[in-house]
Design a protein around this ligand. Structure first.
Ligand SMILES: [Ca+2]
Ligand SMILES: [Ca+2]
Length: 305
């Protein structure tokens, strides 16, 4: 009997669970066959975005969002450069009105330590919010959710919710994504705090004005220090099971899969899955992920529920 078979028996006898999660990997062609169409052309104003950052197009109230006002006032190079954004800007749109540019500047003790604004309708009201990594000079990084509202004088971005700070200067965190991890019908936010020095996977409820952590798991990483690439964990949807997270362990030479199960505990694989090299990027596939390793090879990763 192989180790997996042995585990299944031990698991089911000891824990009473019917199945254990498992991951399978297979060598794949470049990008695992993923076809990504070229993005639409950003508006003229987005040409002023900070270096190496993405302008992101949306369709639910925010036509475009980009990071702007480059500054070196927070000299941390987790993303490969000490240049960060002093503001986020957006092209706000609504039916029957001309789109308008709106700017949300940060105070001098803060920056957006991020390269990609994430658009997601977190409160499911039909309009997108912006999820970003902010960094405070003394308290380090925090997740922030910005909402858009229209006033008599035009659109305004405002802080809708904020997560806990990473703790001190130059402590960073990196989002994983958004899903209903605990099955209560409300979207939750997943992120990894301090992914370079003992990463902690955190799940947060969205409870404006706060993002409130409700689950933590240790010893994961979803970023390589100094890398521009921020996509190093995926969320796998296999209903009726709750969404699972596939993420490297701290070495980034192995993968773990975790799912937050009722009534409130992690289900995870009994042992991490060793990879044939250092994991540099994970992109979502319907049943798992496409992994890019440091040697340039691609692998499909499949989650067996
Ligand atoms: Ca919304
Ligand atoms: Ca939820």
């Amino acid at each position: 009997m192989n180790l997996t078979g042995l585990f299944l028996i031990v698991c089911c006898l000891a824990g009473g669970r019917s199945m254990a999660m498992d991951l399978r990997i297979e060598p794949a062609l470049e990008s695992c066959g993923l076809q990504t169409p070229p993005p639409p052309k950003p508006p003229e104003a987005a040409a002023q975005r900070i270096p190496d950052s993405l302008a992101v197009a949306g369709s639910r109230g925010l036509a475009w969002v980009w990071l702007a006002d480059p500054t070196r006032r927070y000299p941390h190079v987790a993303l490969g450069s000490g240049v960060h954004a002093g503001s986020v800007q957006a092209l706000a749109s609504r039916p029957g009105a001309a789109a308008q540019t709106v700017r949300y500047p940060l105070p001098l003790n803060r920056v957006f330590e991020d390269r990609v604004p994430r658009l997601v309708d977190l409160d499911q009201d039909g309009r997108d919010e912006i999820l970003l990594i902010e960094a405070d000079a003394l308290r380090g990084a925090a997740l922030v959710v910005l909402g858009l509202r229209w006033t008599a004088t035009g659109p305004k971005l405002f802080e809708q919710a904020r997560g806990p700070y990473a703790g001190s200067s130059f402590r960073w965190l990196n989002p994983v994504g958004v899903a209903d991890f605990d099955g209560d019908g409300q979207l939750d936010v997943a992120s990894v705090t301090t992914p370079h020095v003992g990463g902690v996977l955190m799940l947060h409820h969205v409870r404006p004005p706060a993002l409130v952590p409700f689950a933590k798991a240790m010893d994961v990483s979803n970023h390589r220090m100094g890398a521009l690439e921020q996509r190093l964990a995926v969320i796998v949807h296999q209903p009726p099971a709750r969404p699972a997270i596939v993420v490297p362990d701290m070495t980034r030479k192995a993968l773990q899969a975790l799912r937050w199960e009722a009534p409130g505990r992690w289900q995870e694989m009994p042992a991490v899955l060793p990879m044939p090299g250092l994991v540099e990027r994970l992109l979502p596939l319907p049943q798992g992920a496409c992994a890019l390793l440091a040697d340039g090879s691609h692998w499909t990763v499949t989650l067996l529920p």
